[in-house]
Write a protein that binds this ligand. Structure first.
Ligand code: NAI
Ligand code: MG
Length: 500
């Protein structure tokens, strides 16, 4: 294999893992792709190839699904005491926590995000998700139900695991998305085939080693690396998969739904967004400026819930745009492993081109650049400057489409009716998240009620917790992740009625 350039700042332990001969986890064994094929993994800060990983295709998917099927059907996992399943999830969390720095380095190297962010957000939130869901393993209960059709019956419900689950995740929070998907499925007693994002497979492959170390039985968790069409599509279509859970683009979400029709497998989707942040004139401006800047610039705007449409009352519009623009201009762009980095590169050349293309299209359609712009000024790497656009109109691509980069469209609104601003905020095919910035309690709740989205934040944005359900209205998805509600995604309800 060609020599590989790894960032000299990573520890020898991380470098050691990156340069290993990578294997996927299938049926409790670490394996190459059936074809022997591999594909390259890049450092987005430089564009250098840093590793090669197995390229799973239909045959590998089939082997992994058969392993998960066997592990489910032989009953040992399903029959395992819930407390024991919970204990395994806790053990995995402990192992992850023990290797916090290594995972943060890997994530930074592979995805581009600042090491400091991965260390305080991605990895600890993943740890927390495994612990939180480990707690649920013993609390997945049914109910007893009084029947009106007759007295001489005893009826109750049981919640049973849905079966073999195919999970397909994106690259924006590679480890965290794996945790969001795996933890609830395993707590419920499902077995899993997880396909990692092709752009960012490294933390998922390392997690697979910890899953093995924690002692999950063979076949309960299978982890594949491969491309969307090559590996994701056959997983979504596989007849022995009972359910598919997907996070990614709305476009691919629709393909997943089609692929699932063969055996009518259950589908949950966590898709795109074009989330509004609405700042009223009475908002605490300092808080609103910092908060709405972070709403769009956190994780380089590569968040499905990024606050990418900033509606600001005209009285404070200039102040807010200037404040957010200043934050944008002051953000230090540098490779994620550079300790001075406040924003790293975007994840891939494809995303870089896409986001720069959006900025250029906005400008071509008449938008003004209040901060940032299409030229990063960086010598190499897929960097995009945090950008604020003004003077847009509601039909522009930059206002309607998900950019998935650090680009916000700021739009003023007047004293017009509240309903009008709610209508504008809802003028999108998406409905994932939103934030509202005001000191007026009743106004905040009115807007919260009017917004058609799965999350409304008041005087904050991007607050996540393992206990809070998250997901989309409209074309932002089906079902909810996290919280108690995610258990619905991974269980079937059985009604048992006994004639007494
Ligand atoms: P994508 O939707 O193509 O990829 C997400 C996952 O789906 C990856 O694991 C990929 O391999 C897999 N995939 C792709 N095509 C598939 C298919 N036909 N069948 C089954 N699986 C398939 O997203 P991509 O191309 O990485 O990013 C494109 C855009 O999607 C972004 O610019 C952003 O707008 C949106 N996106 C949204 C995310 C979210 O969190 N909601 C995450 C990532 C991307
Ligand atoms: Mg794609």
């Amino acid at each position: 294999m060609a020599t590989i350039a790894i960032d000299p700042r990573v520890s020898s332990r991380t470098a050691g893992f990156v340069s290993t001969d990578h294997r996927m986890l299938v049926d409790g064994r670490f394996v190459k792709a059936a074809s022997g094929k591999t594909f390259p993994v890049y450092n987005p800060a430089t564009g250098d190839v840093i590793a090669h990983v197995p390229e799973a295709e239909a045959e590998d998917v089939n082997r992994a699904v058969l392993a998960a099927r066997r592990a489910f059907d032989d009953g040992a996992w399903v029959r395992m005491a819930p407390s024991e399943r919970g204990r395994l999830l806790w053990k995995l969390a402990d192992l992850l926590e023990k290797n916090l720095d290594e995972f943060a380095e890997l994530e930074s190297l592979d995805n581009g995000k600042p090491f400091a962010i991965a260390r305080v957000a991605d990895v600890p939130y993943s740890v927390d998700m495994f612990r939180y869901m480990g707690g649920w393993a013993t609390k997945i209960t049914g109910s007893t139900i009084p029947l009106s059709c007759g007295y001489d019956f005893h009826s109750y419900t049981v919640r049973e695991p849905v079966g073999v689950v195919g999970q397909i995740i994106p690259w924006n929070f590679p480890l965290l998305m794996a945790a969001w998907k795996l933890a609830p499925a395993l707590a419920c007693g499902c077995t899993v085939v997880l396909k990692l994002a092709e752009q960012t497979p490294l933390t998922g492959l390392r997690l697979a080693q910890l899953i093995d170390e924690a002692g999950f039985p063979p076949g309960v968790v299978n982890v594949l690396t491969g491309y969307g069409e090559g590996a994701g599509a056959p997983l979504a279509a596989h007849d022995m998969v009972d359910k598919v859970a997907f996070t990614g683009s709305t476009e691919v979400g629709k393909l997943i739904v089609k692929a699932a029709t063969g055996n009518l497998k259950k589908v949950t989707l966590e898709l795109g967004g074009k989330s509004p942040a609405i700042v009223f004139a009475d908002a605490k401006l300092e808080q609103a400026v910092a908060g709405t800047a972070s709403a769009i610039f956190f994780n380089h705007g590569q968040c499905c819930c990024a606050g990418s449409r900033l509606y600001v009352h005209e009285k404070v519009f200039d102040q807010v745009v200037e404040g957010v623009g200043k934050i944008a201009e002051d953000i230090k762009l540098a490779p994620g492993l550079d300790p001075s980095s406040q924003m790293g590169p975007l994840v891939s050349d494809e995303q870089y081109r896409k986001v720069v293309g959006y900025i250029e299209s906005g400008i071509a359609e008449g938008a003004q650049v209040a901060a940032g712009g299409p030229v990063s000024g960086m010598e190499r790497g897929w960097f995009v400057r945090p950008t604020v656009l003004t003077n847009t109109n509601p039909r522009m691509k930059v206002v309607q489409e998900e950019i998935f980069g650090p680009v916000v469209c700021a739009v003023p609104f007047s004293d017009a009716e509240i309903d009008k601003i709610i209508q504008r905020a809802n003028d999108t095919v998406y409905g994932l998240a939103s934030s509202v910035w005001t000191q007026n309690l009743s106004l905040a709740h009115k807007v919260a009620r009017g917004i058609r989205a799965g999350t409304v934040w008041v005087n904050c944005h991007n607050v996540f917790d393992a206990s809070l359900p998250f997901g989309g209205y409209k074309q932002s998805g089906w079902g909810r992740e996290m919280g108690e509600q995610v258990l619905n995604n991974y269980t079937e309800t059985k009604a048992v009625t006994v004639a007494l």
